[in-house]
Design a protein around this ligand. Structure first.
Ligand code: DP6
Length: 327
């Protein structure tokens, strides 16, 4: 009754922003991401008859409160699916800077879903696993796969047709991502709260949703053609549209800091000087920069020299769920 799984986080090029059902985590739009190497979570789940509740350790620290409640809520889904009502000990180790806009919930819930279903004896297909993972955290359903994945929002009320699928083979394209970590932090509006406020109050939300199908179609063509300019332009514009919806919310908010904007301007300057690079930003101040391998040295140098940048972590396309042998 135990298993260990490793999952990587992912960065969306077409963002998931807005839910049509908060309980089941059903999105208002399809989204598309790259799974990233380097940023991962390894989770060990042991179901034990002697436990009287679930216990959760993150990076060797015992966790209580909201984070632990989300783990238990997810394990309840797994127990219902398996028809086995046993509590679990969950030990997660995160190689993702938590709450720094690196979507640690994506690798976290993907690893939890994979390890817990394996430990309880369920043998799920990728599609079934993605659908289940979605209910822990939406973006996590894309991390089941390596490479480029698309989360199909689905139409059904029960969410049975809302899960991610691979877009191309994992090794289709060696595209790179530099994660730019800023030194100053701010009080965070979580992605969950941010998208809720946007859906409920932003007049720009309708335009955002309507713009998705065209973005999605073009970016998929760009990925198939390995057309970096096309993919970068669409990803950057899609990110800007998502962030524009937050400015229209009531009360308005933004995830950007002054250094966020400086990084965005640097990326533009790199492009103007003939080095292809495009940015994307999630629900936080940090920026991810898309680039091609041959420009790695210049990209790293330019980003590191920006005042207010604490670190630049380079990443490439990562793989999907893997199981580590201890069962
Ligand atoms: C901006 O997946 O963290 O990163 O489903 O409420 O857990 P919940 O939200 P979450 O939202 C991620 C939003 C985003 C865009 C994206 O990853 O597509």
């Amino acid at each position: 009754m135990k298993a260990t799984a490793k999952a990587h986080t992912n960065i969306a090029l077409i963002k998931y922003w807005g839910k049509r059902n908060e309980e089941l985590i059903l999105p208002t739009n399809n989204s598309l991401s790259i799974t990233l190497d380097g940023f991962h979570t390894i989770t060990n789940v042991s179901f034990k008859e002697e436990l009287t509740n679930d216990v959760f350790y993150l990076n060797d620290s015992f966790v209580q409160g909201e984070q632990a409640d989300r783990v238990t809520k997810f394990l309840n889904l797994v127990r219902d699916l398996a028809g086995r009502y046993v509590f679990a000990e969950v030990k997660s180790v995160n190689a993702v800077p938590t709450a720094a806009g690196f979507a640690s919930s994506a690798s976290g819930f993907a690893a939890l879903a994979a390890a817990s279903t394996k430990a309880v004896g369920l043998n799920l297909s990728d599609e079934q696993l993605s659908r289940l993972t979605r209910q822990g955290s939406g973006s996590a359903c894309r991390s089941i796969y390596g490479g480029f994945a698309e989360w199909q929002k689905g139409e059904k009320e029960d969410g049975s047709d809302s899960f991610a699928v691979p877009v191309v083979a994992k090794d289709h394209w060696d595209i790179r991502v530099a994660a730019v970590v800023l030194s100053s932090k701010m009080k965070k509006v979580s992605s969950r709260a941010g998208m809720k406020r946007t859906v409920e109050t932003s007049p720009f939300f309708k335009g955002w949703v309507e713009s998705i199908p065209a973005d999605l179609q073009s970016i998929k063509e760009g990925i198939l053609e390995r057309d970096f300019t096309k993919v970068g332009e669409i990803a950057e514009a899609n990110c800007l549209k998502m962030h524009a919806t937050t400015l229209g919310a009531s009360p308005p908010f933004t995830y950007w800091l002054d250094t966020t904007v400086t990084v965005m301007q640097t990326v533009k300057q790199l492009r103007d000087s003939g080095i292809p690079a495009y940015f994307t930003i999630d629900a936080g101040p940090n920026v991810k920069v898309l680039y091609l391998p041959e420009y790695e040295v210049q990209i790293k140098q330019a980003l590191q020299s920006i005042q207010g940048v604490a670190d630049v972590k380079l990443s490439r396309v990562g793989q999907g769920i893997t199981y580590l042998g201890d069962e």
